[in-house]
Ligand binder design. Structure first.
Ligand code: PA5
Length: 440
């Protein structure tokens, strides 16, 4: 079994896109001739073999694993979602709770919640800690504030010199406040390439360092991404799985299916869905256009959102991300008295029930008017995670060009920042502050 995209339960809902249109989007992406073409470094990133950088990342990860019980990862958006997705997908959604031979990974700086941040200080109590602060711009408020707080904590705990041994910065090669601060303090730095935007950066040191600390084989992850890149870049036909996915979702969008639900039957995929939502939401939602990316975790959400998906307003399409292999070790036991009436399931693997729930739900949703696409990877290995990441990134680039937007900018993210800067009194925003205060 290999990576597959199956749209047989979706393609009847909208006229297919012309192949030449998809080819044009492909050429635009691969040849770098479209809008945002200065942010295409991720396209060939897995094909490059940056042995020196990988060795540095592995050495830093080994040091953190040997001297820390916790790695605190400070970052927001593309500077954290990919690492969290990988750790949950490959290791466990309960990674920090299960017994393991690698440090806990705690994510901070993705919120301005004082409750949440204070709780993290409690979680660090009595433990040896390293910090990986990640920000491409080096100026994002949420991680910058968190880093100020946790840097002070680290310096109090280990002294200024000791903290230097435990703080790692992942940022731009030359510019930004984080780069200056890291250089001034002698923190080891890892570089986010200029031409790779935040949401496309999980295969750069942004994702690689925390993922390696969690005990995941990053070389296998990159190998999976590389094999997918070779396939997707070169296959200019409807056999290209990214063509199939991008073309189908855009055909559906043009027919009025404006929301796409990412669904999975495995909790380990929860943060892959969060990562996917950022990737597609920020890449496509602009100029008054774009498919709204949402997610559900099944079967749990069949008991909450299931009613709407089955019978609510008909503007939904669904993408089910699943696994070809299943863990069949856990079986329903036989019970002598059969008080719960479940003996008809005795001896069946729990994963078989999950598969039947998935198969039945796909048909029910389709019958209810929801087109369903299926993306299937072999298993929950680092290799398959790498394949999945590259597949969704490449399909996102294609899809954005099919939609007619620049998939690689995010001008809308600035609006809230400008207002927040004004309201917290950032120098230079005085006029805006006065104007906003009148409206509050
Ligand atoms: O995709 C993006 O570029 C953004 O969502 C960023 O990842 C996010 O805003 C964090 O930015 P930075 O890494 O500059 O702190």
């Amino acid at each position: 079994m290999a990576f597959t995209v199956n749209v047989k339960n979706a393609s009847g809902f909208a006229p297919a896109l012309a192949e030449r249109e998809v080819l044009a989007a492909h050429e635009t992406l691969v040849n770098g001739t479209g809008r945002g073409n200065d942010f295409l470094g991720w396209v060939r990133l897995p094909l490059q073999n940056n042995e020196e950088e990988l060795a540095r990342i592995e050495a830093a990860a080994a040091k953190i694993r040997s001297n820390s019980q916790v790695l605190l990862v400070i970052g927001i958006g593309g500077s954290y979602l990919g690492a969290r997705a990988a750790i949950e997908f490959v290791r466990s959604p309960n990674y920090n709770l299960v017994v393991k031979d690698s440090p806990q990974v705690i994510f901070a700086g993705n919120t301005l919640s004082a409750w949440q941040t204070a709780e993290i200080f409690d979680m660090l109590e009595g433990k040896d800690v390293s910090v990986n602060v990640i920000s491409k711009s080096g100026t994002t408020t949420e991680p910058a504030v968190a880093f100020r707080l946790f840097r002070e904590y680290m310096e109090k705990k280990y002294g200024v010199e000791g903290a230097k041994e435990r703080i790692y910065a992942t940022t731009d090669k030359a510019k930004g406040a984080l780069k200056s601060l890291a250089d001034a303090n002698g923190y080891p730095c890892f570089v986010i390439p200029d031409d790779v935007g935040g949401r496309f950066s999980v295969l750069t040191p942004v994702g690689l360092l925390p993922i390696a600390v969690a005990g995941i084989d990053i070389r296998q992850m990159l190998a999976g991404a590389k094999s997918m890149a070779e396939k997707l870049i070169h296959d200019k036909s409807m056999h290209n799985p990214a063509w199939v996915y991008a073309a189908t979702r855009n055909a559906l969008y043009r027919k009025g299916y404006t929301t796409e639900i990412f669904a999975s039957y495995e909790p380990r995929v929860r943060y892959t869905a969060e990562w996917w939502k950022q990737l597609y939401g920020e890449s496509e939602g602009k100029e008054g256009k774009g498919i709204f990316p949402a997610s559900v975790e099944l079967t749990a959400d069949l008991h909450s959102m299931g009613q709407y998906i089955q019978e609510g307003e008909r503007f939904l399409m669904e993408t089910v991300v699943g696994f070809a292999e299943a863990d069949e070790t856990l079986q329903v036991p036989f019970a002598l008295k059969n008080e719960d009436g479940l003996n008809f399931l005795a001896g069946h693997a729990v994963s078989e029930l999950n598969n039947m729930a998935e198969a039945g739900t796909i048909l029910a949703h389709m019958d209810g008017g929801v087109p369903v696409m299926e993306v299937t990877v072999d298993n929950a290995s680092a290799y398959c995670f790498g394949e999945l990441v590259y597949f969704f990134e490449f399909a996102c680039g294609l899809s954005g060009y099919l939609l007619g937007v620049n998939p690689f900018d995010q001008p809308g993210v600035e609006a809230y920042k400008q207002n927040m800067y004004a309201l917290i009194g950032k120098p230079g925003f005085e006029d805006r502050r006065a104007e906003l205060e009148k409206r509050l």
